[in-house]
Design a protein around this ligand. Sequence first.
Ligand SMILES: [Zn+2]
Length: 192
Amino acid sequence: MLAPASMAPDLGDNGGSFASPDMALLPILVYPDPRLHTVAQPVAQVDDALRRLVADMLETMYDAGGIGLAATQVDHHLRLVVIDVSEDRDQPMTLINPEIVWASESKKLNEEGCLSVPGIYDGVERSTAVKVRAQDDQGQERVIEADGLLAVCIQHEMDHLKGKVFVEYLSLLKRTRIQTKLAKARREALRT
Ligand SMILES: [Zn+2]
């Protein structure tokens, strides 16, 4: 997820202090790529290969200025999400096999953006607080209580694991406009 300017932590021009030579940037799928609609499978084992993917996803997220990234977005269809909503970009969270165990009835409309839908921000209604059970990158299960931007980000990323992109909450008219805009941006990128 990309936070809109009003909610965004101060990213500077590069959050890349986390990067090390061992890591790799992963290509991010762009809407309406049909692979974004793949339903993710549970992670069977939290091992070094998975931790490597987590490290690459974090580097990719920081490099792109995002606050959250789901494995779906980098074409790995596993129930895995990385998030960092901290201002200093130094509090990475890894959620493996996340399940929402409670969501507040109170909801709020928040402006959201997404690394897979570049340049588009729009309002989505989400629960204002959630409790999520997930494993961390050591395979330890824990329950996270989240509100504010973190709660929004968790719900946004967990939608990706179901194959859902935030623009699918918007009207057909808005979605059509977004697809036209992204197709135009792609054509312009190809021309330069
Ligand atoms: Zn997203």
